[in-house]
Design a protein around this ligand. Structure first.
Ligand code: NAD
Ligand code: NAG
Ligand code: NAG
Length: 501
């Protein structure tokens, strides 16, 4: 609750007595819980924020100099508030007990077994969080859905809370997070909108108002939207589906550009000039990744199917199908250009994260490209400025969907870490003696690499496969490279080679 700045000291004392300090507890210290709570603590010095997690290694890292996630600007935000009104703890019960507002930002993986396997959200972690809240609560609480969840989850959570409530009043709100990794701090400081869904009852409205006051510390009122619970839940799924659809749309066009001699950058620019379409998020690439897009669309598809809407389900499913097609098209280009085999050839992979300015590798297209090349027996040497060797090895040994569990609960695959994969600490050693280089993440540093030096160190003919359109293909061709850029007029070398197997 906002304490008004008041020059009259007496009045302020009265206010302080009446309005106790708001306490927030957040379950889940991940990519969402950590940065979101750090920004709330920074912007609301009168609110105490404690982030808790069942993974103690994560909490330890949040309390250390080396934060568990890489995000530009995050270090400064955390350092400013940590120990003042921002705390990270494993004592979940204590902090839930003391909190007025409990955010839940735990994993919501895709189910791998049972009803809805491969599509539906697995709400195990969410349900256990709700049961824990009901168990330890001794005072009224506002419970905020921060995780992305299927529509009507709030209703289910409400039932768990109410049936275990011992007379305590719980209000459930949906407050989906729209931050984008890589720009999370900027997005949180200056959100396009904050969305709060709640019940249309006097208690529900009061809860919405309380949460609104937290955000109103720094977000203009007209950007705080309030809706009913289901609209808020569905808006998050719909927003991610629209974003992913833009990428699949431009990627679908990129395949046609290659076949016709059009240039996808020119096409996207011309299309984006239409004010109804707009210029953003129209870069052709090897495909989208990240923890959310695919998962949220699968979830949307499942909800459509459950509601008897197979045509709508198929429409959104095709966004994922194009994304998979784009990744396999890229692998096929590599293999077919290199005399139809990459067996025992060294391929350098520049980048591994799913996009620049993050160390996050969840659902990164790099995994599918690696697996495709490994299937053809390539030797791969990877360099990414923010991803560790340990993470890369885990990612390549993991089964589909297994990444979305707390680290200590991730199933370990029996598959041995592949000997065909090595990890390098810079781009020049990664590319040394390689036959081909593929660029899979658009890190800024890849734009300024010395490609003459790289060319000299490589086997000939030397290939560059640019999955993010970061290099200038003409310049590289002048050096001597054979270059493939997504959606660009093809190198003569590739003209008659099949793009799709
Ligand atoms: N990453 C994004 O960019 C993004 C953006 C918007 C929404 N989301 C959604 O937010 C949610 C969290 O995503 P994330 O990327 O932060 O995931 P994450 O895996 O980084 O973090 C989740 C954390 O929750 C912890 N956890 C699980 N069960 C718990 C429990 N019962 N009590 C306490 N902690 C528990 C895990 O140990 C883990 O550290 C997901 O639903 C995701 O879909 C993510
Ligand atoms: C594609 O178009 C962009 C934007 O006009 C231009 O900068 C680039 O040189 C073009 N690429 C090729 C290979 O024609
Ligand atoms: C996307 O394209 C725009 C316009 O061509 C460019 O300015 C921007 O840097 C590109 N983004 C990425 C991530 O490559």
């Amino acid at each position: 609750m906002h304490i008004n700045q008041n020059k009259d000291n007496n009045k302020q004392t009265v206010k302080r007595v009446l309005v106790k300090m708001v306490k927030i507890c957040c379950l889940g210290a991940g990519y969402v819980g950590g940065p979101t709570m750090a920004v709330i603590a920074l912007k609301c010095p009168d609110v105490e924020v404690v982030v808790v997690d069942i993974t103690s290694a994560r909490i330890n890292a949040w309390n250390s100099e080396q934060l568990p996630i890489y995000e530009p600007g995050l270090d400064d935000v955390v350092k400013e508030s940590r120990g003042r009104n921002l705390f990270f703890s494993t004592d979940i019960e204590k902090h839930i007990g003391e909190a007025d507002i409990v955010f839940v930002s735990v994993n919501t993986p895709t189910k791998t077994q049972g009803l809805g396997a491969g599509k539906a959200a697995d709400l195990t972690y969410w349900e256990s969080a709700a049961r824990m809240i009901a168990d330890v609560a001794k005072s009224d609480k506002i419970v905020v859905e921060k995780s992305t969840v299927p529509v009507k989850t709030a209703e289910a959570i409400e039932k768990i809370l109410i049936h275990n409530s011992k007379g305590i009043n719980f209000q459930i709100l949906s407050n989906p997070e729209f931050l984008a990794e890589g720009t999370a701090i900027q997005d949180l400081f200056n959100p396009d909108r904050v969305l709060i869904g709640g019940r249309d009852t006097p208690e529900g409205k009061k809860a919405v108002q309380t949460l609104k006051e937290v955000y109103a510390h720094w977000v203009p009122e007209d950007r705080i939207l309030t809706t009913n619970l289901w609209s808020a839940e569905l808006s998050k799924l719909a927003a991610n589906a629209f974003l992913a659809q833009r990428i699949s749309s431009v990627n679908a066009i990129s395949a046609l550009c290659e076949a016709t001699g059009a240039n996808v950058s020119e096409v996207a620019y011309a299309v984006g000039k239409d004010a109804r379409i707009g210029p953003k998020f129209l870069n052709a690439s090897i495909g989208f990744g990240g923890s959310c897009f695919q998962k949220d669309i699968l979830n949307l598809v499942y909800i459509c199917e459950c509601n008897g809407l197979p045509e709508v389900a198929q429409y959104w499913k095709s966004v994922i199908q194009i994304n998979d097609y784009q990744k396999s098209r890229f692998v096929n280009r590599i293999v077919s250009s290199m005399f139809n085999t990459v067996a025992n050839k060294k391929i350098a992979m520049l980048g591994f994260a799913f996009k620049k300015d993050t160390g996050d590798t969840r659902e990164t297209p790099a995994i599918d490209v690696c697996n495709g090349l490994l299937g053809d027996k390539a030797n791969i040497c990877i360099y990414d400025p923010q991803v560790t060797q340990d993470q890369i090895e885990r990612d390549l040994a993991m089964n589909k969907f297994d990444w979305d569990h707390p680290t200590h609960l991730q199933p370990t695959s029996p598959m041995a870490v592949k000997k065909q994969v090595t990890v390098s600490s810079d781009a020049y050693s990664a590319t040394k003696d390689a036959h081909g280089v593929c660029i899979v993440t658009e890190w800024d540093e890849f734009k300024t690499l010395d490609f003459t030096r790289i060319y000299e160190g490589m086997q000939k003919p030397a290939f560059v496969f640019d999955g993010r359109n970061v290099v200038n293909p003409e310049k590289l061709r002048q050096i001597g490279f054979i270059v493939y850029s997504i959606g660009k007029p093809l190198d003569l070398w590739m003209k008659d080679m099949p793009a799709v197997a």
